[in-house]
Design a protein around this ligand. Sequence first.
Ligand code: IMP
Length: 224
Amino acid sequence: MRLPELYLVTSNEGKWREVRRELEGTAEVKWLRRKYPEIQTGDLKEVLAFGLPHLYRELLKEGFPPSPLFADDSGLFIDALGGFPGVYSSFVERTIGLRGILKLMEGVEERGAEFRCVIGLLLPGEGGSYRMEFFQGSSRGVISTEERGYDGFGYDPIFVPFCDNPEGLTFAEMSTEEKNRRSHRGEALREMRKYIIRELHKHLSASVRQNLNTEAQMKRNEEE
Ligand code: IMP
């Protein structure tokens, strides 16, 4: 079966690895290493609702064929810090880093935290129009007292998810597959996968059927 082609917009190789793995067999995912403008807002969804269409219009101007694009915006929300770093996760990672977060959490007993992820999928329509779909996922856990593990990226070495994790491993101590099974991104991607199967596979098979009908009609015309 022909799979729908979707472009993942990210400069983060870790995200690319996780997304490709989770959508294997559902969509043909291509990596578009481009940036989109990220507005300052407390809402992850708004970042994508503004940023992706902006990039889409830019791509059309550059002559890129209208194609489905998707991106994810994620953040780590720590209970004891009132949800910080949250929408500032990127900036905080680049500035005070994981060490800085561990320092802020020194002596704190209540270490609950949540990773949240929103995926925005932009689907092109006629004449430069488009529509957007959103998929969400979250993962609850705790902030560890030290960094552990070398896999994954970002805050993975200090986040211990609750879900099916009796050994108390951090995301960075898990394989991509193990992380996906428990992560905010994995959950959002599984929602998106259901949508792709329900909407895009149906649409594709309808267009494949139409092509086959047209080919059969052309053959009949030739024979007459
Ligand atoms: P963004 O979604 O690329 O804007 O990421 C925001 C921040 O959260 C960056 O500092 C990322 O490294 C971090 N981040 C996003 N997703 C994850 C994840 O799955 N694990 C660890 N850190 C993440």
